[in-house]
Design a protein around this ligand. Structure first.
Ligand SMILES: *Cc1c(COP(=O)(O)O)cnc(C)c1O
Length: 421
């Protein structure tokens, strides 16, 4: 067993896992299976990959890419260095978020789903939460609004229809409630789909006139529709995307959103808005179970500082999303020029991804070659993840940082040197 395990050392797995692979293979009656089992396990280990899919926020690839601001050694997570006393781990991020969105208060949990769960479990246990039938969405990964609501202990009150909901539908539902209830209005970003045609929905500003606390689950985490952190005007793909600052101005009591979608930071869930409501959320015992660790908070702080200092180009997502298509084409042409046929350059349409701005595409350029070479390209160090379209493999360079171009080139060179597959 030990000899088989040792022969698999090149997979990079720690020895005990190689022994498990050897044992599983021997039990299955074929020692030769050990390599296959070990390689399968090694493929599940996290390591850097190159995202050449053109989907900027690719959920399978960890959504927003980070530059790395994380503190690795000891960090003053709950030590206030100004006083030498115990501090609150979310303080810096809360201050930055308030400044960036105009919110009175803000806090952070592990992801967007946790943010919504905490808000509902804090503000509406046993209480009616009124949601449009057009917004009872499934985001993916098992996140379904009716199920999150049920888990939080809140009671779902559906109003309107799939395609049309009017302000009167909400007003009527509120009118039918017993006087002692403490209802909440919930508006949910449809994120990964659009209803088109004969449709109607109610805006945040209209909902805010009903005199009941309104929570808006924004999903994507655009901080400000004016994108003051960019040197140029708001990019076209943001058209119609609701932003935290404007949603609060329009009267939402709270907004919730993800850290790793349009915000471009680490996986986190942000809650911003009324000081009273945020403070109630932070005091809920669930908050302790949902709070992020120092690695996430230091990354998030670095991302928010870049926004505050208007260094949007230093946030990889915004850098990738706003690079002119010609610049991407030039990078692709340089690589294709060195490799020669069958590699060529073609136009591509990048997507934002992660349910943000569905249907909005960003013009881009890709290296392309005939056939499906996805497996060959991930069998490289670092693995390169491409996409296939109309019988061709496309490596869209919008989701690749310029510093990774060399690795993309070497993966292609390696692929071509292995000859036709
Ligand atoms: C993505 C999304 C969520 C879930 O956020 P995670 O950070 O993935 O947990 C919740 N609501 C909406 C509207 C979303 O788009």
């Amino acid at each position: 067993m030990d000899a088989i395990a040792r022969s698999l050392a090149d997979t990079g797995l720690p020895h005990p896992l190689l022994v498990s692979a050897a044992r599983a293979a021997v039990c299955a009656g074929d020692a030769a299976l050990a390599r296959q089992i070990a390689e399968k396990t090694a493929g599940q280990f996290l390591r850097p990959v190159i995202n050449a899919t053109g989907t900027l926020l690719h959920t399978n690839l960890g959504r927003a890419q980070l530059e790395g601001g994380a503190c690795r050694g000891a960090v003053n997570l709950e030590l206030d260095l100004a006083t030498g006393r115990r501090g609150l781990r979310t303080s810096s991020v809360s201050k930055l978020l308030c400044s960036l969105t105009g919110a009175e208060a803000a806090t952070v949990v592990n992801n967007g789903a946790a943010a919504l769960l905490l808000v509902l479990a804090t503000l509406a246990p046993g209480q009616p939460v009124i949601v449009s039938r057009g917004e009872l969405v499934e985001i993916g990964g098992g996140f379904r609004i009716p199920e999150v609501l049920a888990t939080s202990g809140a009671r779902l009150v559906e109003v309107g229809t799939t395609n049309k909901t009017r302000l009167a539908d909400y007003a009527e539902a509120l009118g039918g409630l017993a006087p002692e209830t403490r209802p909440l209005l919930l508006k949910v970003h449809q994120s990964n789909y659009r209803i088109v045609g004969f449709t109607q929905s109610v805006t945040t500003a209209e909902l805010a006139t009903l005199g009941v606390p309104l929570v808006v689950d924004l999903g994507s985490g655009l901080l400000d529709a004016g994108t003051p952190w960019l040197r140029s005007a708001p990019p076209r793909f943001l058209a119609g995307e609701p932003a935290a600052r404007q949603t609060l101005v329009q009267g939402a009591a709270l907004v919730t959103f993800s850290g790793d979608k349009l915000l471009g930071g680490p996986q986190a869930g942000l809650i911003a808005g009324s000081a009273d409501l945020v403070s109630r959320c932070s005091r809920n015992p669930l908050f302790r179970a949902l709070r992020p660790g120092g690695l996430v908070l230091s990354e998030l702080q670095a991302t928010l500082v870049a926004y505050a200092e208007r260094r949007g180009h230093e946030i990889p997502f915004w850098q990738m999303a706003t690079t002119p298509a010609e610049e991407i084409r030039e990078r692709a042409e340089a690589i294709a020029g060195r490799l020669g046929p069958p590699v060529s350059v073609c136009g591509s349409l990048s997507a934002v991804g992660a349910g943000s701005s569905p249907g909005m595409e960003i013009e881009s350029a890709a290296l392309c070659l005939p056939g499906d070479h996805r497996i060959g390209l991930i069998d490289h160090e670092p693995p390169v993840v491409a996409r296939v379209q109309e019988g061709r493999t496309l490596l869209d360079l919008r989701s690749v940082s310029p510093g990774e171009d060399g690795a993309v080139e070497s993966a292609l060179k390696h692929l071509l040197s292995r000859g036709p597959t």
